[in-house]
Design a protein around this ligand. Structure first.
Ligand code: 9D3
Length: 252
């Protein structure tokens, strides 16, 4: 997988990629990440990359010439068919489905904006899709680019130490995680749930799935509404709902 990032702050990208799962994916040659600084594509003495918005108002807009030149230069280093993705608060929300889609590609280009963002003609000429990482205001596209890279890198075959982690993930697909505990058995007066000490792996598995289902129901009902629960999780949710409010469970 080859990723290029167009950014005015290349050190922000390079400096964040040396750690953990992403760092290992890079070390193992599963992933390479390069950057292109639009400032290299300026010709004036001040290396100007921004200018005032037509129509007036606060903030600055990224000048189109250096941005499009940087996009083209970085895109040429990628395999044919690599999409050019603009990180933008106006984009399609990033979810696990989008991460999976990107992880299946041979490469892609990420364009991180600053200030008020790109000149719209650069979007028209040099961008294939726009992706947002959520409904909050950030100062630029670099952290979103790193979020995309992290979500994609851990999906690359061989990126996770043990493949068990992905089996585990399908067990809880679409659910929040269950609670985790390690030693000591009693910590500041709080005990580990006895089932986890029982050695009964079927009971442990059922308890974890039940915890995941009930937490998801309480904290993220929107995830359950998406209808992506597996058969075992669906049954546990029905049992849980029946136990809280007998006679109100759905039929069929
Ligand atoms: C007129 C208001 N502008 C600033 C308050 C709008 C604005 C411009 C630039 C808001 C954010 C940004 C920078 N954000 C990103 O580049 C960005 C982003 C985000 O802010 N939230 C979620 N996902 C993303 S992806 C890129």
């Amino acid at each position: 997988m080859k990723i290029q990032v167009v950014t005015l702050f290349p050190e922000m990208i390079a400096g964040a990629l040396g750690f953990g799962i992403v760092g290992r994916a890079v070390e193992r040659g599963l992933l390479s990440v390069g950057t292109e600084d639009p400032r290299k594509h300026t010709s004036d003495v001040h290396r100007t990359v921004d200018d005032r918005p037509y129509g007036g108002g606060p903030g600055m807009v990224l000048k189109p010439e250096p941005m499009l030149a940087a996009i083209r230069a970085a895109h040429e280093r990628l395999p044919p068919g690599s999409p050019r993705i603009h990180l933008s608060a106006q984009g399609e929300p990033l979810g696990q489905a989008q991460a999976r889609e990107l992880a299946a590609l041979p490469g892609f280009l990420l364009v991180a904006g600053r200030y008020e963002g790109l000149d719209e003609r650069v979007v028209e000429l040099g961008i294939d899709r726009e992706v947002s990482i959520g409904d909050y205001v950030l100062s630029g596209g670099e952290l979103p680019a790193l979020v995309v890279i992290d979500a994609v890198a851990r999906l690359l075959p061989g990126a996770l130490g043990d493949e068990r982690s992905n089996v585990e993930e399908s067990f809880v697909a679409g659910l929040l995680d269950w609670p985790h505990y390690t030693r000591p058995e009693l910590f500041e007066g709080l005990a580990v749930p006895p089932v986890l000490l029982s050695g009964n792996h079927a009971d442990i598995r059922r308890w974890r799935l039940e915890q995941a289902v009930t937490r998801t129901y309480a904290r993220r009902p929107d995830l359950i509404a998406r209808g992506e629960l597996g058969p075992e999780a669906s049954r546990l949710l029905s049992e849980f709902l029946a136990a809280r409010a007998p006679g109100t469970e759905d039929r069929g």
